[in-house]
Design a protein around this ligand. Structure first.
Ligand code: HEM
Length: 404
């Protein structure tokens, strides 16, 4: 049975049941075909050791996607956007751009955001207090990152509503299969987003903010030693930053609240010992990773997990499978909010490791901890609706009665 699962698996034609629960398939692949050849010739990795080794070796396993994205996107705004994003570039251009972005997301910058984040979460919880039913995604999980990233780039409040739709459309185009509708939506979103940002950047150039607090001003002005972004790099990496922190963080909060609901013993444990929120968020990231897949291409002939690969081979790293590998995580299918030595790959690894991980952790801890504190008996009122994506795992809708 397990071997059949592994034999039949193909990322481009998945059964409906996979979207609900991909983990039996991942387990079967890890056991029977850990370096699995897809019908299109690419490779799908499910063992932690292989995924981690690929992330760490940036000389052999490249992030540049020009060759892969050209046939997928053609000469379109989506192609221009994704090939200019930090995450899909290699050194030396990646190194330059990352230095500026990491500098703007320093631990000091992140910790200074904590009071405003707590205020935002408290206001959202206040708004839920007298409702019989709320949607934990629209009314809570999705409402947080849009404001946090909006604050980060100082986007005026009234203009933030459109950011989420743009972000979903642009990232949706990264699914393994690109439908014509997704392509149209994604291209329109890049075009609209660029037009919007040109105005915002022009305005900020004319009226710079305080670079200590305003990330956009910092990215415009560059480093004191002269490192600067070109206009194209600046605009596309602003879009990338806005996107990188949206759906992933919404899903971290949504996945966490559903997992805690489905594991009442773990919810009780967290209520009794709120200090466990730090390890709880790491466990949510491991157990239901919001970003399930990563990609690399092979620069020179190599081998992965004992399988030879030629230059040009394409690889999918399955974060969701690696994070449940029993070789690394004892009892990997168990959701244990006090798990320690939790070296999950939810934020990737190596030089491209998530530059926003401190911010994502802070948002997850404040959002989940505060909701549990205010509504310890929250109860789902009907089954949550999944997002139906393979790469970004989360819920579209989580109907819930907020009970205190
Ligand atoms: C739970 C939330 C998040 C998850 C699971 C997540 C996951 C990831 C992963 C797996 C990568 C590596 C991609 C690769 O190497 O192929 C990445 C990169 C990145 N993430 Fe996140 N992310 C999250 C939130 C954020 C936030 C809030 C921000 C910023 C506001 C952010 C900014 C970035 C940036 C800039 C990169 C590119 C780093 C590089 O290529 O050097 N992320 N993220």
């Amino acid at each position: 049975m397990d071997a059949d699962f592994a034999n039949e698996f193909d990322l481009e034609s998945l059964p409906a049941s996979f979207y609900d629960d991909p983990y039996p398939t991942y387990r079967a692949l890890r056991t029977h075909a850990p370096v699995k050849r897809m019908r299109n010739g690419s490779w799908f990795l499910t063992r932690y050791a292989d995924c981690s080794a690929v992330y760490r070796n940036t000389a052999t396993f490249r992030s540049d996607k020009r060759r892969e994205f050209r046939p997928k996107f053609g000469d379109t705004p989506l192609f221009e956007h994704h090939t200019n994003s930090l995450v899909f570039n290699d050194a030396p251009s990646h190194t330059r751009v990352r230095k500026l972005i990491v500098g703007a997301l320093s631990p000091r910058a992140i910790s200074s955001m904590a009071p405003a984040l707590q205020g935002l979460v408290d206001r959202l919880l206040d708004g839920m207090a007298d409702q019989a039913e709320v949607d934990l995604i629209a009314d809570f999980a999705a409402a947080i990152p849009v404001e946090v990233i909006g604050n980060l780039l100082d986007v005026p409040h009234a203009e933030r509503g459109q950011l989420r739709d743009w972000s979903l459309a642009i990232l949706g185009a990264l699914e393994p299969v690109l439908s014509p509708e997704s392509a149209v939506r994604g291209n329109q979103a890049v075009t609209d987003f660029l037009a919007y940002l040109r105005g915002l950047v022009g305005d900020r150039r004319a009226h710079p903010g305080d670079p200590e607090h305003d990330v956009l001003t910092r990215l415009i002005q560059g480093e004191p030693d002269g490192e600067r972004l070109s206009e194209t790099e600046l605009l596309h990496n602003c879009i990338f930053l806005l996107n990188a922190g949206h759906e992933t963080t919404t899903n971290l909060i949504g996945n966490g609240l559903v997992a805690l609901h489905d594991h009442p013993d773990q919810r009780e444990r967290l209520i009794e010992d709120p200090m466990l929120i730090t390890t709880a968020v790491e466990e949510i990231l491991r157990y239901e990773s919001s970003n399930q897949l990563g990609n690399r291409s092979v620069a020179e002939p190599t081998e992965v997990g004992g399988v030879a690969m030629p230059a040009g081979a394409l690889i999918t790293i399955c974060i969701g499978a690696a994070n449940r590998d029993p070789e690394v995580f004892p009892d990997p299918e168990t959701f244990d909010i006090a798990r320690t030595a939790n070296r999950h790959l939810a934020f990737g690894g190596g030089f491209h490791m998530c530059a926003g991980l401190s911010l994502a952790r802070l948002e997850g801890q404040v959002a989940i901890g505060s909701l549990l504190n205010r509504f310890p008996d929250y109860a789902l009122t009907s089954p949550p609706v999944r997002g139906g994506r393979v790469r970004f795992r989360g819920f579209l809708k989580v109907p819930c009665a907020p009970r205190g």
